[in-house]
Design a binder for this molecule. Structure first.
Ligand code: AMP
Length: 177
């Protein structure tokens, strides 16, 4: 993977959305065709032999690469969304974020016990949102659940929210908050 290319195209915005947060803006990666290809290829290599049947993308930046990967893996894409967006019956989990609180929902008929699930988001900070997504997916009792993020803020130790037996991959390890 061309880490240099990806890091060069990642925009870092200080004090967004609130003072003290260093915001890693993936829109500058996503607008670059070479980065989109690089990211899609890297994710496909990681998950092509895992038997993934459903990719769960977390609203909204997790939808982008989640969809690209789902197509390449011949898997379905499931939308994990904020309240009030999904029209049918949902399961939900609430969680604390690096800045604020939130709730995440998935349609009750989105996943079955036969599925092998990959949860994907753009970034893990404290791990709160991914942990909520993981707990939400466990309500469906899938065969196995993997987790992937594009970026990991390693100093915030989001991984410590998870049992070490859960396979979590990140494409870019970033230092500082
Ligand atoms: P957390 O639940 O603390 O792991 O936060 C992860 C979620 O918040 C992801 O959906 C990210 O998109 C967003 N997020 C948190 N911190 C940042 C950051 N510094 N830069 C960009 N996105 C962030």
């Amino acid at each position: 993977m061309n880490t240099e290319l990806l890091l060069q195209n990642l925009r870092v915005v200080p004090d967004f959305p609130i003072k003290g947060i260093q915001f890693y803006d993936v829109t500058t990666l996503f607008k670059n065709p070479a980065c989109v290809k690089e990211l899609g290829d890297a994710l496909y290599e990681l998950y092509k032999d895992k038997g993934i049947t459903k990719v769960v993308g977390i609203e909204s930046r997790g939808f982008i690469l989640g969809s690209i990967l789902a197509e390449r893996l011949n898997a379905g894409i499931i939308l994990a969304r904020k309240p009030g967006k999904l029209p049918a019956e949902v399961y939900e989990e609430s969680y604390g974020k690096e800045y604020g609180k939130d709730v995440i929902q998935i349609h009750k008929d989105a996943i079955t016990e036969d599925d092998v699930v990959l949860i994907h988001d753009d970034l893990i900070a404290t791990g709160g949102s991914l942990k909520a997504a993981y707990d939400l997916v466990q309500k469906f009792s899938p065969r196995k659940t993997y987790i992937n993020v594009l970026m990991e803020l390693v100093d915030l130790k989001g991984r410590s929210m998870f049992d070490p037996s859960i396979e979590i991959t990140s494409l870019l390890s970033l230092h500082g908050e």
